[in-house]
Design a protein around this ligand. Sequence first.
Ligand code: SF4
Length: 490
Amino acid sequence: MRWILGDQLGPHFTDDLQPGDRVLMVESRRMFARRRYHRAKAHLILSAMRHRAADLGDLCVIVQSDSFAPALAEHRPTEVIDPTSHQARRFVREQPGLAVLPSRGFATESALFDQWSSGRGGRRLLMEDWYRLVRTTLGVLVNGDAPEGGEWNFDKENRLPPPKGQRTLGVHAPWHPVEDAIDAQVREDLDAWAASGEVSFIGDDNPRAFAATRSEALEVLADFVEHRLVSFGPYEDAMLAEDWSMAHSLLSPALNLGLLHPMEVVDACVAAYRRGEAPLQSVEGMVRQVLGWREYVWHLYWQSQPDEIPNALRAEVDLPEWFADLQDGQVTAACLSSALREVRERGWSHHIVRLMVLGNWALQRGYEPRQMVDWFGRAFVDGYPWVMTANVLGMSLYADGGRMATKPYASGGAYINRMSDHCKGCAYRPDRRVGPEACPFTAGYWWFLDQHREDLRGNHRMAQPLAGLGRLADRDLLISQEDARGSRAP
Ligand code: SF4
């Protein structure tokens, strides 16, 4: 009997079972009771598990239990595929008689990453270098050792602001699931858990927005490749207040539930390029997300120590309630309010909203890294420890002291103004740093630099901004203005 976990739900986790083998799934209520998850996340995971159990039919036993231990004691599974978190790996290894099979669901072996990272000789573990190695090793968009189209990356063409005067990107609306009886039962169960006081959630209980089954995941992939991939590349960094999905694939929840293998996504996108149906800049941008970033943060996670969360910038501010509980109505800053609203409504926002609005704000304001990793893991439907650890600590918060990123991703309102339509309708002005109309991101950027000028002094990419800080005529006024802001919602 193989114990299948809630993020091992695709065929590649069961396709080697032999006749007579069976599958065990365990829904642990305690898992949801321990921390406050987004309601949509609990719904998606339980829906996906129950749909998988229904697909497997008699082959599968699904147990609803307070915790894993009694279900394992009763059913005595003999094997499990290695889980995706330090904590779960420890737990499965403590179970008597349970064999642990190598992990699945990624395109590259840990040996490749370990060999690459140990051969860097102290140089930064640049994602770009890893990505090129993966493309070459797997033969994706390469001709021999040369990249397809002569360039490894099309980032320059893939940073367009949203089209002027448009309130939405105007691409085909994303695929949307139709809920069924299994979803209705999940909703009823979650209502009962919440009513009993055992479990409490953040976020709204909206209709499910992401794939929970293999066939739904294949539909999302096909829909993305056919209708949205063309626009994905150029506008992948753009934000519009009335367009939550832009041309993003919405595949990360399905990938992280294990419903799709990353190579299925890569192959489908590359095939569209070969057929002349999608431009190289979009296809390369998508391949970079899946084979570059996703594989990179997966392997980096295993190089982190289970209980050690770095905090290079000594960020110690507790997440304020309005942020942690997604109270977008408390927030005047249009960009931040919109980001929190997107997460409240669906447990999802796209990568630039995460990095340049939510992450940027948390970095500037010194939110404690451990709490931020936890929050991203609870509030996002695709958040898991392996995804969030490197992304949040390394990319968003610079908590690793620059192991991943060459400089902190702090930026003022000018970036958000260029890449979105938020500033037009905002009570603040992106070019003001002091006074009642001061943009909290612009002021926060200079405040952050001032707070960390000693930490950043040796970083040559920060020399110019630090010199700019020194020239600010209203620096003292700005510092006292932002000191006074504290943890209040901007
Ligand atoms: Fe955000 Fe500042 Fe623009 Fe308002 S002015 S939307 S706070 S960047």
